[in-house]
Design a protein around this ligand. Structure first.
Ligand SMILES: [Fe+2]
Length: 237
């Protein structure tokens, strides 16, 4: 079993709806390590121009996380990142370096509300690319416009240099006929660039990387399963 890189994880405590306390964070780090994860890009929710985000607190807690891993002898590399709920202010925030990219690369994790229209997603992708960044669409299986018309995923991939992420939970658990068919289609065509745990805690939304990887190997083969979990999504160019 290989080691994994998780590009979507709400492990830093006290900054969003992920880990609430330092103890929660420590438990999540241990679980991630036990699940075979050796690198995490920490991705707290940010909403540029709408909600103020406390980066000083984030940095303080991020350092505590690093210190904890070292003190426990866990070789778990942590990186800064965020999950951007796309707003009109997003590109300005990126260019002014007021929000981090994924692990300092040109890639940015971006999400939308589930009912966002395709043209809005299209415009956002275009704007992010024009600003010099590569969008990684978080849990792409959540957007109804894509699930209803899977052909639009191909259109996005054909038209833009963007990347797509699916959550581990979606890989493991059946989500009903239509969503399962959609998910099968996007993996079959290798439209997906990475899976992420989107872990928020150790109970209701835990890490499930190892189980998802096993499913991916079974359904789509080891090569693609490796590419989806080894952090290659962070490569630039
Ligand atoms: Fe998330």
């Amino acid at each position: 079993m290989p080691y994994f890189v998780d590009i979507h994880h709400h492990v830093i405590y006290g900054v969003d709806d992920g880990a609430r306390t330092e103890a929660d964070m420590q438990a999540m780090l241990k679980k991630a390590y036990d699940d075979g994860i050796r690198a995490i890009v920490t991705t707290p929710h940010v909403t540029p121009g709408v909600h103020r985000f406390d980066w000083e607190r984030f940095d303080r807690h991020f350092e505590k996380a690093q210190h904890f891993c070292a003190s426990e002898g866990m070789k778990l590399q942590l990186y800064r990142g965020c999950e951007i709920l796309y707003t009109e202010a997003t590109c300005d925030f990126l260019q002014e370096e007021r929000i981090p990219t994924l692990a300092g690369t040109e890639n940015v994790l971006v999400e939308f509300s589930p009912d966002t229209a395709f043209k809005v997603i299209n415009r956002a992708v275009d704007a992010i690319l024009c600003s010099g960044y590569t969008p990684v669409i978080a849990h792409m299986e959540r957007y109804m416009c894509l699930v209803r018309k899977p052909g639009l995923v191909k259109k996005l991939k054909d038209n833009y240099r963007l990347k797509l992420q699916v959550n581990c939970g979606t890989v493991i658990n059946s989500k009903g006929f239509f969503l399962d068919r959609f998910v099968r289609n996007v993996f079959e065509n290798e439209y997906v660039d990475a899976i992420g745990t989107d872990a928020h805690n150790v109970s209701s939304r835990p890490v499930q990387m190892k189980a998802a990887y096993a499913q991916l190997v079974k359904k789509w083969g080891e090569d693609y399963a490796n590419r989806l979990t080894n952090g290659s999504v962070l490569e630039e160019g």
